[in-house]
Design a protein around this ligand. Structure first.
Ligand code: SF4
Length: 137
């Protein structure tokens, strides 16, 4: 008897290596993680985070929507609302103090393409070279 209802093939969310994950799902919960031996990125190997670190997906405290602080309290907001607020604040800071008053910190959890776009946002849109990456810290 199978211990799962279905399998979902995806990419590990933890780092930019991009290992293949094969999620075993039962009752809409991840019950086991394996990887395909013929996958070109990781050949079935997974580090401890990819293999055993996905339980957070089901944690009740997990954030599933942006939060905006209003009157000292964090309140759920839409992505359009949250991104609009960030753009508005960044524009205001840039107008008041110049582009080099802003710095962007990107993440090893993002893909290379995401990190490339982040430095484009810093250099081409905001106008600063203040861009760094958490893997250097
Ligand atoms: S399994 Fe480990 S090495 Fe592979 S992508 Fe996930 S965190 Fe990175």
């Amino acid at each position: 008897m199978l211990h799962y209802d279905r399998q979902v093939t995806t990419i590990c969310p933890y780092c930019g290596v991009g290992c293949n994950l094969n999620l075993h799902i039962k009752d809409d919960r991840i019950v086991r993680v394996t990887s395909f031996y013929d996958h070109p990125v990781n050949r079935g190997n997974l580090c401890v985070k990819g293999r055993f670190g996905l339980e957070y997906v089901h944690h009740p405290d997990r954030l599933t929507t942006p939060l905006i602080r209003r009157n000292g309290r964090l309140e759920p907001a839409s992505w359009d609302e949250a991104l609009g607020l960030v753009a508005e604040r960044l524009n205001a800071i840039k107008a008041e103090s110049g582009p080099d008053s802003i710095a962007l910190l990107s993440s090893a959890k993002c893909s290379n393409e995401d990190n490339y776009l982040m430095q484009k946002l810093a250099r081409q849109v905001i106008g600063t070279h203040n861009i760094d990456h958490c893997a250097r810290l």
